[in-house]
Write a protein that binds this ligand. Structure first.
Ligand SMILES: C[S@@+](CC[C@H](N)C(=O)[O-])C[C@H]1O[C@@H](n2cnc3c(N)ncnc32)[C@H](O)[C@@H]1O
Length: 306
């Protein structure tokens, strides 16, 4: 169920308990759906599908629960596959709960080669929706194109900064703007731009550890907000202008173990969604915060244009 605000009528403890209950039910439901083969078409390879088919429903559920830990617990390649399914199912649920219609238009910010949102939107819209992505890194855009070539959606990828959205997209034409594990990339790219680091032409994952360390340093020495606030809120303002009245912005984040290996800390990286929420509210862009049962506000930010 969609709720307006962060339900301040109950204590934070109760709210977290309630979210956990919802999440728990989701895990059971999801594990059953995966075991039944309902998600088989999302696998990239037959080997991956067979690997997951060998797991019991309980094992799948317990692994899904590991993804809620911070950092996520992922053991080997089968968990990589399972976490992909998990996030696709989460986005399907989100799009359904927000009543995104079959012929909707969705903008994704900074997908890189990630296909969680585009796959979920393909399902929800029955291949009839319009999907637009803003992505800067060229190699990841090319990988994204390869991985989405079999989808039925109308897909357009704009290789530009999301802050330039209004130059490509008419005002008030978009139903939902979404970013999967993208707040981190957006903020780190802002810092990289200020320091003259290339994130567009080269291999993104070669520079990623440096981006994480620079972000960590700025957060811990208290300079982060000064460095990123204006550029971040400019991007949010830009996408806001493209949203239809009462359109949604949804941003999530979860801590990948590799981000910790690359020099990030759980403490700093767990703050992305709450920082985004704080700064979007402070910039007074015209978004109100909403929440969805079963989606932990620590990892999911839902905003509605008003
Ligand atoms: C690691 S990938 C993203 C992975 C993806 N979000 C996922 O599903 O995990 C990072 C991508 O974000 C892009 N990016 C960062 N800031 C951006 C911005 N302001 N506009 C467009 N793309 C951006 C980078 O160029 C890169 O392609």
């Amino acid at each position: 169920m969609l709720r307006f605000g962060l339900d301040q009528s109950i204590s934070q403890e109760k709210r977290i308990e309630k979210q956990n209950e919802g999440t728990q039910m989701n895990f059971q439901k999801m594990a059953k759906r995966i075991k039944k083969g309902e998600t088989d078409r999302f696998f990239f390879t037959n080997e991956a599908r067979e690997e997951i088919a060998r797991l019991s429903t309980d094992e799948i559920q317990s692994r899904l629960q590991g993804f809620m830990k911070s950092p996520m617990i992922r053991k080997g390649s089968s968990d990589m596959q399972l976490s992909r399914l998990y996030h696709i199912l989460c986005w399907i649920e989100v799009l359904k709960e927000l009543s995104i219609s079959k012929n909707a238009t969705l903008i994704e910010i900074a997908p890189g080669a990630g296909t969680h949102i585009v796959t979920a939107f393909d399902v929800i819209s029955g291949g009839k929706g319009k999907y637009v992505a803003f992505n800067l890194n060229k190699k990841l855009t090319s990988d994204f194109k390869t991985q989405t070539q079999d989808l039925n959606l109308d897909i357009r990828i704009i290789e530009d900064d999301a802050k330039n959205t209004p130059a490509y997209i008419p005002k008030e034409t978009i139903d939902i703007v979404a970013g999967n594990h993208a707040i981190n990339d957006i903020l780190e790219t802002i810092i990289a731009n200020r320091e003259g680091l290339d994130t567009v032409e080269g291999d993104y994952f070669e520079v990623a550890p440096r981006l994480i360390r620079e972000y960590e340093k700025a957060y811990l020495d208290g300079t982060l907000k000064n460095l990123v606030f204006d550029d971040f809120t400019d991007i949010m303002r830009a996408v806001y202008s493209t949203l239809k009245p009462t359109g949604y912005l949804v941003l999530n984040y979860y801590v990948y173990p590799v981000e910790i290996d690359w020099g990030g800390s759980v403490l700093v990286r767990s703050a992305f969604v709450s920082l985004a929420r704080q700064w979007i509210s402070e910039a007074d862009l015209g978004f109100e915060t909403v929440s969805l049962d079963g989606f932990d506000p620590k990892w999911w930010g839902f905003f509605r244009k008003y």
